[in-house]
Design a protein around this ligand. Sequence first.
Ligand code: SF4
Length: 430
Amino acid sequence: MRISLAVLGCKISQYDAAHLEERLRQAGAEITPPSPESQAFLLCGCAVTERAAREAGQVARRLQRLNPNAPLYYYGCIGAYFANQPEHLAGGCSTAGSCSTAGSCSSLIAPGRVSYQACCFPPGSEVALLEALGLSSPAPVSSGSSWRRTRGLVKVQDGCSHFCAYCIVPYLRGPAKSRPILEVEGEVADLLSRGFREVALSGVHLSSWGHDLGGSTLIDLLQCLDRLPGLDRLRLSSLEPMDLSPQTVASFRTIEHLCPHLHLPLQSGSDSILQRMGRGYDRAHYLRLVEAARAAWPEVALTTDILIGFPGESEQDFQATLETIEAVSFARLHLFRYSPRPGTPAASMTGSIDEREKRRRLERLRSLAEALPGRFRRRFLGRSFPVLVERIRENQAGGFTPNYIHLTFPAWPGLEVGQPVEVKVSEEEP
Ligand code: SF4
């Protein structure tokens, strides 16, 4: 069976898609680029913002135009989202309301039911999806996915139990669930045995890892992985501040291979907005985490997410966000414009912000966001850092420092991808 997979969205979606692809191959499917010959399309994607869900719908329509007779399966967050939003589905799954469980989906694509060609499978329903495709389900694979050629990606946790007022993720992915330490250790060891020297750990709510495992902490997990032979670098994806203490951040320094790069989503610098968002921390707590990180690693890269235009965000609240960004001096910002997500508490809050005003605030932050990476880089001009070569093209090599500065430099004969080298930070990327 020729199956074509389209992947959109965050590292979790990429990881889920890589696992699904491996299981499909093991079950005998041929994975091919999307074409009129595709016998089924799988779309693994994100629904965290309205824009992400819209993009998934557009991709779905493009896939279906290639071969209107091939069924389309949505998997992951987008599968859970469309199951409850059938009116947005591409492919005419007119009874998609009954798609909310993966089991009922399989009946929709039974032979002779060709009018129902799009089905929704929530995260974690790989087995049901394989069955719907008529493939027998092999045992789950536990090898991490390759995210870049030198960097492996391992999902150590899924779901979230926090329910921030604006966020749809807990409804789509369910409660926080940590993978046991031995399982993660095995997957990381497997990546190292395949030649990866750097491993990034990701999760929907990574800082809550271990809360459901009876007393294990993220530091326990990191200490265990830190001892694995062959590991050069460990990276952490986004860490939500509400489950992080300054003591935990201070302990990161004791993990020899952990990279000094922390992504701590701030969302807003205003205490009243943080409270309305239900984030579970205030600005002072956030700044204590920043202080602990800088004390642990003076060269740390701190990056963040900012949500603009949350209901009730006044000019004063916005100013508080600007001031906090300046005070922290982030290395990079990711900016998001608030859009109501169906079923979340924020969707029915009063005080919605005019779209023009959201755009104005976004523009103001955008110029700051563009300046920050350069400012961060200039702090290290002339200093040498270890770089893992990720790419060699036309006599130029490139890779990242531990604190995530991208450096490009002339390649020399014999230089290989994956090789660690010392490189000096220059003024700008050539
Ligand atoms: S912590 Fe908040 S923003 Fe992060 S996934 Fe959970 S609910 Fe969403």
